[in-house]
Design a protein around this ligand. Structure first.
Ligand SMILES: [Zn+2]
Ligand SMILES: [Zn+2]
Length: 825
C-alpha cells in the first residue's frame, strides 16, 4: 500500500483499475458493465381504489412500474401469476395491489400470505399495516402468536400472514376453525417461492393442494370483485429470477401460472468484476508425496481487497459465507491497514449475528456516514440489516444462487451513482466455471427451481395428512397428481387408510406426524448443553455428516462443537466454540441399480435416469485449518450405515471408446472420478441445489451396468428433482463440466476443477486430462442423438410431468471388481 490515509472516494472504474494494478498477473477474468436503467412507470389500473392509491402515495409510491401493473392485472382477472424479477424491483407492490384492492372492494374477501421466514412475514405485516386501510386488519399467525389472539385473528383478520409450517401443523388440521376464512379466500400469496425447492418444496406443493382442497370443500364463494376466479383462490407468487419460473410455480401450485419476468424498475449502474485469485506455486504436501497446487484463498484475497478499498476511501461491504470467515477477513484487513497507517484498522468491522436492532442501526449509520469504511459480514445480512447505497461490494465465493448474488451486489450503488461489485472465486469447480463463463451469470438464467411432488416419500405422508383433515375422494387423486393412486393404495395396504364407498378414511385417532423438512429418519435436535436450549433440528440423514462427535456446526453464523450425537434419542449435544478449524465428514458408499426410468442409447455411450439403492456410512472426519485449508488430522467415527432409495442419473462408456480416445486403462478410474467430482460441482448451474445435496459414485466397472460408469444421485429418499434435471439438461451440464476442467490453469487437478471437499476417497485417484477426454467421448456421442448443446430430447427421456431431483451424500470411487478394461458394455 502506498497511500497513508483514506484518500478521496474513487469512482468504481478507477478503484477497480487500482486494485488490479496491485497484482503481478491480472486476476480479473471479466468486467461487466451493468448499465443504469430508468424505470418505466405506468398509470394505476382502473380498478385500484382511490383509498389504496392514496395510501401508496403516502408511502412515496405515486405510480406502479410496468411489470407490477402487468402482474396485478393478471391476478385481478383471476389468472395465477408469478413475478420473477430482481431484488428490490417491487414484487411486494405487485401482489399488494390486486390483493388489497379486492379486500377494499369486497368486504368479505380474505387473503392468505405465505413467507418462508417469520422475519419476512413480520416485514410484510409492517408494510401492509402501514397502509392503514380500513377493515383489512392484517395479522401474523405463526408459532409465536399468543393463544389469546388466535381466535380473534381467525374471526376478524382478512389478511393473514403465516408460513408453510404453520399452515401444515396448525391451520389445515384445525380447518374447522378456519372455514369462514377459507370460504372467502380470494388470494394466496406465496412470497420468495424459489425457496420452496427439493424435498421441502415438494412437501409445500402438497400443503398448497391441501389448502385448495379445503377451500373447495367449504364451498368457496367468491364475491363480485373476484371477476375471474372460480373454485380455487388465485395464486400470486413472487420469485427470484430463475430459469422457467412459470414451470416451477406451476409445479408448486399444481395450476397453470403465467410469469412476469421483465424488470421495469430503475436501477443504478454497476461495474461487476469477476476475480480469480492466483495459483500459488506448487508445494510438497505433508499428507502425500504429490505436488499440491492450490489458489490463494478467497478469504485472504477478499481481506486484501477490503483493505485496499478502505485505503481508497471507498465504503465497502464484504460478504463471506461463514461468520468465522467474516471475522478472518475483517481481522486480516485491519492488520494490514494498521501496518500501513496505525489506527486505520479501526475503520473496519465484522458484522456478527445476534446484534440487537439498535446495534444494527448504529452500524448502518456508521457505515453510511463513513465513520466505518469496511464491513465483513455473513449472508445473514440478507435478512436483517438495511444496508444499501455502498460504494463497493465484495462477494467472497459464489453465494449459491444467482438470486443471492444479485441480492448481495444490490447493496452497492447510491441513486445515480456507479458502484463496484467483485465476485472473488473460491477454489471450487463452479466458482472457476463462473468466472470464466460470464454469460452464465449475466445472460439468461439457466438454473431452475426444482421439486418433485410425485416423490412417493413425500406424496404418501401428505395424502395421510389430507385424509386426516377430511376423507380423500377420487377427485382428490387428480388434485394431488401423478402417483397419488399408488400412494393411497400403499397407505391402505399399510393400514393407515380404510377404503369405503365414499372415499378413503384416516384410521387413527392421532394425526400423522409429518415434518416438511424431514427426509429419511426422524430429525435430530441440536441442544446447547449448558443451557438446554434447542438450537434447531437437522434431518436424520444429514445428522451423520453435520452432527457427528467433534463436528463444528454452524447455526445462524454462530459456531458450535458437537460433544455427542445420540441417534437413539435423536439428539446432539453441542457447546458454543469457535475453533480455527472446520470439520469434513467422509463416508464410504455402494450403489445398486433398481430400475431404469429412461435412457438414451448413444452408441458406445449410454445416459440413464432411474432408481438406485445407495448404502453409505460416515466413517471418519477431517479437521482442516480455516485460514489455509491445511489438513490437521483425520479421526475415525463409529456410525451405522444408512440406506437410501433415490433417483440417479448416470452415464456409461464402452472400454473400447475410452481406449480409442487415448485413455489408458490404468487412468480410467481417475478419469471417471475426476469427471464425477466436477459434474457434481457444476450441477448447481442447472438446478438450484447445493453440491452437498448430491452424491456421486464412479467406477471402471459397475456390476449392474457392466461398464465404466459415473453415477450422480439425489441425496433425499425418493429424489427431489435434481438428478432428473441433470438428465434433462445432460448435454449442457456435461459441456460446462468439461469446460470447467479444461479451462482450469492447474497442472494435475486442484479444488477449482476436479478435487472435491467431500470426497470419500481423499481425492485419489484423479486424472484431470483424461477426465476431459472421457467427457469429450460422452458429449460427442450424445450429440449424435440429441444435437450438440441441447438437453436430452424429452421424447427420449424425461417425463415432462415430473419435476427435477438431489442427495445428501459423500461421494466415493468404488474399486473395480476387476481391472479396468473388463468386459465390453
Ligand atoms: Zn484445477
Ligand atoms: Zn471422490
Amino acid at each position: 500500500m502506498t497511500d497513508h490515509s483514506p484518500g478521496p472516494r474513487r469512482a468504481p472504474g478507477e478503484l477497480l483499475r487500482r486494485l488490479r494494478l496491485r497484482h503481478p498477473t491480472d486476476p480479473v477474468t471479466h468486467v461487466e458493465r451493468v448499465p443504469a436503467r430508468a424505470g418505466e412507470p405506468v398509470g394505476w389500473p382502473g380498478w385500484a381504489p382511490e383509498e389504496l392509491r392514496a395510501a401508496f402515495a403516502r408511502r412515496g409510491v405515486t405510480a406502479p412500474w410496468r411489470h407490477q401493473a402487468e402482474a396485478a392485472e393478471l391476478a385481478y382477472a383471476g389468472r395465477h401469476v408469478v413475478v420473477a424479477t430482481g431484488t428490490a424491483s417491487g414484487k411486494s407492490l405487485a401482489y399488494q395491489l390486486p390483493a388489497l384492492s379486492t379486500l377494499l372492494a369486497d368486504p368479505r374477501a380474505t387473503v392468505l400470505y405465505l413467507a418462508p421466514t417469520k422475519a419476512l412475514a413480520a416485514d410484510q405485516l409492517r408494510a401492509v399495516a402501514g397502509l392503514e386501510l380500513d377493515g383489512v386488519r392484517p395479522a401474523t399467525y405463526d408459532g409465536d402468536t399468543p393463544r389469546a389472539e388466535r381466535e380473534w385473528i381467525r374471526r376478524h383478520s382478512r389478511f393473514v400472514l403465516t408460513n408453510p409450517d404453520m399452515l401444515h401443523h396448525g391451520i389445515l388440521p384445525g380447518h374447522a376453525h378456519w372455514s369462514g376464512f377459507l370460504r372467502r379466500l380470494a388470494y394466496v400469496v406465496v412470497d420468495e417461492c424459489h425457496t420452496y425447492r427439493g424435498v421441502f418444496g415438494s412437501h409445500v406443493a402438497h400443503v398448497l393442494r391441501r389448502v385448495r382442497r379445503q377451500c373447495a370443500r367449504f364451498g368457496r364463494t367468491p364475491g363480485q370483485a373476484l371477476a375471474g376466479s372460480r373454485g380455487t383462490p388465485t395464486f400470486l407468487l413472487a420469485s427470484a429470477t430463475s430459469g422457467d419460473p412459470a414451470a416451477a410455480a406451476g409445479r408448486l401450485t399444481g395450476l397453470p401460472v403465467t410469469a412476469v419476468t421483465e424488470d421495469t424498475s430503475p436501477r443504478g449502474g454497476v461495474t461487476f468484476a469477476l476475480w480469480e485469485p492466483p495459483l500459488l506455486p506448487p508445494t510438497d504436501s505433508s499428507v502425500d508425496a504429490d505436488l499440491v497446487q492450490v489458489r490463494r484463498s478467497a478469504l485472504r484475497e477478499t481481506a486484501d481487497l477490503l483493505a485496499d478499498s478502505v485505503v481508497e476511501g471507498v465504503r465497502t461491504l464484504a460478504f463471506v459465507r461463514s461468520r468465522r470467515g467474516a471475522e478472518v477477513v475483517a481481522a486480516n484487513a485491519r492488520r494490514s491497514l494498521d501496518e500501513a497507517v496505525p489506527g486505520l484498522g479501526d475503520r473496519v468491522a465484522a458484522y456478527r449475528a445476534g446484534y440487537l436492532r439498535e446495534e444494527r442501526r448504529e452500524l448502518e449509520r456508521a457505515l453510511l456516514h463513513g465513520d466505518l469504511l469496511g464491513l465483513a459480514s455473513t449472508n445473514a445480512l440478507e435478512l436483517g440489516v438495511d444496508l444499501v447505497g455502498l460504494d463497493a461490494v465484495l462477494i467472497c465465493g459464489w453465494p449459491g444462487t444467482r438470486a443471492s448474488l444479485w441480492q448481495q451486489a444490490g447493496r452497492a450503488g447510491r441513486s445515480g451513482d456507479e458502484a463496484l461489485a467483485v465476485l472473488v472465486a473460491r477454489d471450487d469447480p463452479l466458482d472457476t466455471y463462473l468466472v470464466h463463463h460470464p454469460e452464465a451469470l449475466f445472460g439468461r438464467p439457466v438454473e431452475a427451481t426444482v421439486l418433485d411432488p410425485a416423490n412417493p416419500y413425500v406424496l404418501a405422508p401428505q395424502l395421510a395428512c389430507a385424509a386426516h383433515e377430511s376423507p380423500l375422494t377420487p377427485a382428490d387423486l387428480d388434485l394431488f397428481g401423478e402417483g397419488a393412486k399408488e400412494a393411497v393404495d400403499s397407505l391402505v395396504e399399510a393400514g393407515a387408510l380404510r377404503q369405503r364407498p365414499t372415499g378413503w378414511y384416516w384410521r387413527h385417532r392421532e394425526r400423522p406426524e409429518v415434518d416438511l423438512r424431514g427426509e429419511g429418519g426422524a430429525p435430530v435436535c441440536v441442544v446447547e448443553v449448558s443451557t438446554g436450549r434447542l438450537l434447531g433440528t437437522v434431518d436424520g440423514g444429514s445428522a451423520h455428516f453435520l452432527l457427528h462427535t467433534g463436528a463444528v456446526y454452524l447455526h445462524q453464523g454462530v459456531s458450535y462443537v458437537v460433544d455427542s450425537l445420540d441417534l437413539a434419542d435423536g439428539c446432539a449435544l453441542v457447546h458454543a466454540e469457535e475453533p480455527d478449524w472446520s470439520t469434513h465428514a467422509r463416508d464410504v458408499t455402494s450403489l445398486s441399480v433398481v430400475s431404469v426410468r429412461s435412457y438414451v442409447d448413444a452408441g458406445p455411450v449410454g445416459l440413464f435416469l432411474g432408481e438406485v439403492d445407495v448404502t453409505s456410512q460416515v466413517v471418519s472426519y477431517q479437521r482442516r485449518r480455516i485460514a489455509t485449508g491445511e489438513v490437521i488430522d483425520t479421526r475415525p467415527l463409529d456410525l451405522p450405515a444408512r440406506e437410501l432409495r433415490t433417483v440417479a442419473v448416470w452415464f456409461t462408456l464402452s472400454p473400447e471408446s475410452l481406449t480409442a480416445a487415448g485413455v489408458e486403462a490404468a487412468d480410467v478410474p481417475g478419469a471417471l472420478h475426476a469427471a464425477e467430482h466436477a459434474a457434481i460441482g457444476l450441477l448447481p448451474l442447472m438446478a438450484t441445489c447445493d453440491r452437498w445435496d448430491i452424491g456421486g459414485l464412479s467406477t471402471a466397472l459397475h456390476p449392474d451396468t457392466e461398464a465404466p460408469t459415473v453415477f450422480v444421485y439425489d441425496g433425499h429418499p425418493g429424489g427431489a428433482g435434481f438428478a432428473e434435471r441433470a438428465y434433462g439438461t445432460a448435454a449442457a451440464w456435461l459441456r460446462a463440466t468439461r469446460d470447467a476442467i479444461a479451462e482450469c490453469g492447474c497442472e494435475t487437478g486442484c479444488p477449482s476443477c476436479v478435487q472435491s471437499p467431500k470426497c470419500g476417497n481423499g481425492n485419489n485417484p484423479l486424472a484431470k486430462a483424461e477426465a476431459v477426454q472421457v467427457l469429450d467421448v460422452v458429449l460427442t456421442n450424445l450429440a449424435t442423438v440429441t444435437g450438440p448443446e441441447a438437453g436430452v430430447d424429452p421424447e427420449a427421456g424425461v417425463d415432462p410431468g415430473r419435476g427435477e431431483v438431489l442427495p445428501r451424500q459423500g461421494d466415493r470411487v468404488a474399486r473395480p471388481a476387476q481391472p479396468a478394461g473388463g468386459p465390453p458394455a
